[in-house]
Design a protein around this ligand. Structure first.
Ligand code: ME8
Length: 633
């Protein structure tokens, strides 16, 4: 029997309910799983939860419950969400599962027996917030960031994993497996990290009790990452190893591309085929995260449908890169591609086949050059889509398919079937057009089934099929085969979203901003050279007018004097400021920012504001004697 295709997501911490970042990774894995099933492969798809460690221990203590009770509570959110979203994982592994605990202890013992795990005394600095030992170099960085208070001197007995012994072996493996980490630019980061030298890794703690005990030395608990990474092994049935694709966010790539392969090498096991690191969904310039209080929960978006959210994720995010999230962008994408794009094409095509051919799909007898061109494009876009999807690039696959769908709109406009239908002499041409459109939709239903299972099925049935589209395989699908019978009932594929109306409701439904007493100082962003910085034109401006944007409690529309001209600027400061408070205020404006539309209003420029944990804006103010137009540099 051939080995099933094995795909994994990270196992999520139970210190938070799922947000759209976690949902994104799991959707991607589910799309990949469904795609491989339709390639005729058996698939094993695993997700799970990471439940041990100090943070869970503390959070539970604060609530007066046991860590396991807390974990059970949070895990219920995950199981419920994945079930509602129709995820097709075989198992949601929990690191508190008995089989996992045994696996972790077995492997720990094996590496101990082999000499790759040894006990020694650690003497040095420890970061309390990261729960990790800190090298001198890292300590200097933290001190430079004003975070020295997070460091404590520590001397303790700990078990180390002999990571340093794997540096050369890892580099040799990377050399021999150029596709091991994707995308390439992330692989290069990993290589540079390993080339920089690896130190042995502490893999036990005595300060924590909530974890898996070291076998035979129970005052030590196994370090969460050693525990967590092994989940992929614990949950793997005998014939599945190794994983074909491990999806991770870029934040946890080092654990998966350096520590994890080293553990496996030490255990004498095969390494995963590919580790794919995707980027982050951002809010503004920030990563979405609970501590920043800027999270969007999946339920806020799921009211537009499961398929809509899945499509948005796959269509918008170029795997590997970061992507800014906005409700407006979300709705624009769905309206453009699902309500207009595909939805419109399907309803037009089906109603024409119904009206002009009584629901029977014609067989084209005499296609002209234009018809042939469209038929050829289908023959091209079909394998192109499959190839891109096989490379996990659903963004590019959908892009190619939607550009074909747009070309079909143009084809209809040129062919004008409604005119052709008036004269029987045009029958061959009308037949060719209708058949081409039908075939395009049939292929589309098949191709998008992994991304939008329900929508694809609905389209499939409208085209006259009674079976499950997801049970079909791509291979051997006859793109130009005749229809199996008359078309079915046409159902609207996607209801157009009333953006203005939804916008205000969405803003209201947004997760309440969670405030914290102390400021969680974000890390300094990556270095930019002076030349890049000076490209930004910062000016003093004065706010002349300010009014709320209707139906939004966040946005304020302002007229701002920049000394040389007046600008309309829309700012997301409405929760922190009343329009009256803004009048006559001096502000700092990013004057050469490309204009963009916010709720239909063109905003040209941006006001600088500081922000706290909860993303509350504090407008940056020049001194009173500054004047509009002054350059800020
Ligand atoms: O790191 N955008 O768990 P975690 C995109 N337990 N994806 C995001 C995201 C965002 N803004 N935020 C989170 C852990 N993710 C460990 C993993 S694995 C052996 C242990 C996704 O709950 C992304 O996949 O912090 C990231 O890797 C994962 O959630 C982190 O989830």
């Amino acid at each position: 029997m051939s080995k099933p295709f094995y795909v994994t997501t990270p196992i999520y911490y139970v210190n938070d309910r799922p947000h759209i970042g976690h949902t994104y990774t799991t959707v991607l894995a589910d799309v990949v799983a469904r795609f491989h099933r339709m390639r005729g492969e058996e698939v094993y798809f695993l997700t799970g939860t990471d439940e041990h460690g100090q943070k869970v221990e503390k959070a539970a203590a604060a609530r007066g419950i046991t860590p396991k009770q807390l974990a059970d509570e949070v895990v219920a959110n995950y199981t419920d969400l994945w079930q509602r979203m129709g995820m097709t994982h075989f198992r949601l592994i929990r690191t508190t599962d008995q089989d996992h605990k045994e696996q972790v202890q077995r492997l720990f013992q094996r590496l101990l027996d082999k000499g790759d795990i040894y006990k020694a005394t650690y003497k040095g600095l420890y970061s309390v917030s990261d729960e990790a030992y800190v090298t001198e170099m890292q300590a200097k960085e933290l001190q430079a960031q004003g975070l020295a208070h997070q460091l404590v001197e520590l001397e303790e007995e700990t078990y180390f994993f002999r990571l340093s012994a794997y540096q050369d072996r890892l580099l040799a493996y990377f050399e021999a497996h150029p596709g091991f980490v994707q995308p390439d630019f992330r692989f290069n980061e990993v290589k540079r990290f390993v080339e920089g030298g690896l130190q042995d890794l502490s893999i036990s703690r005595t300060s924590i009790s909530w974890g898996i005990p070291v076998p035979g030395d129970e005052k030590h608990v196994i370090y969460v990452w050693f525990d967590a990474l092994l989940n992929y092994l614990s949950a793997c049935p005998a014939n599945c190893w190794p994983p074909d694709l491990q999806l991770v966010g870029k934040d946890i790539l080092r654990f998966h591309a350096v520590y994890w392969p080293a553990f496996l090498m030490s255990a004498g096991m095969f390494l995963p085929e590919t580790i794919l690191a995707h980027g982050w969904w951002l809010m503004g310039d920030d990563k979405m995260s609970k501590s920043k209080g800027n999270v969007v929960r999946p339920d806020t978006l799921l009211r537009f449908g499961n398929d809509a959210l899945r499509f948005f994720f796959m269509r918008e995010m170029q795997v590997g890169h970061d992507r800014g999230f906005s409700f407006e962008g979300f709705m624009d994408r769905l309206n453009a591609d699902l309500a207009n794009g595909l939805g419109n094409l399907a309803s037009r095509t089906l109603s024409m086949i119904q009206r002009y051919r009584g629901g029977l799909v014609p067989i084209p007898a005499l296609p002209d050059e234009q018809d042939q061109e469209m038929a050829t494009r289908l023959l091209e876009v079909f394998p192109e889509y499959l190839e891109k999807a096989r490379a996990n690039d659903f963004h590019a696959a959908l892009d190619a398919l939607w550009s074909y769908l747009r070309a079909l709109d143009g084809y209809i406009v040129k062919a004008e079937p409604w005119k052709l239908a008036k004269d029987p002499a045009n029958d061959p041409k009308l037949d060719a057009v209708l058949a081409n459109l039908y075939r395009a939709l049939r292929a589309t239903a098949l191709l998008v089934a992994p991304v939008m299972p329900a929508l694809a099925q609905s389209l499939w049935e409208s085209l006259g099929h009674a079976d499950q589209v997801a049970a079909r395989t791509f291979h051997g699908f006859a793109l130009d085969g005749p229809a199996i019978g008359p078309i079915g009932e046409s159902k609207p594929l996607f209801q157009r979203i009333d953006k203005e109306k939804e916008m205000s409701e969405l803003e209201a439904a947004e997760a309440p901003i969670e405030t914290k007493a102390t400021l969680d100082v974000p890390e300094i962003r990556e270095t930019v050279d002076a030349e890049s910085f000076f490209k930004v034109d910062l000016r003093v401006g004065r706010i002349l007018e300010a009014e709320r944007v209707p139906k939004s409690d966040k946005l304020i529309k302002m007229k701002v004097d920049l000394g040389i001209e007046q600008r309309t600027i829309v700012g997301g400061i409405g929760k922190a400021y009343e329009p009256d408070q803004l009048l006559n205020r001096l502000v700092v404006v990013v004057a050469n920012l490309a204009p963009r539309k916010l709720m239909g209003i063109e905003s040209h420029g941006m006001l600088l504001a500081a922000s706290d944990n909860a993303s509350k804006p504090y407008l940056v103010a020049p001194p009173d004697d500054a004047q509009p137009g002054f350059l800020v540099k």
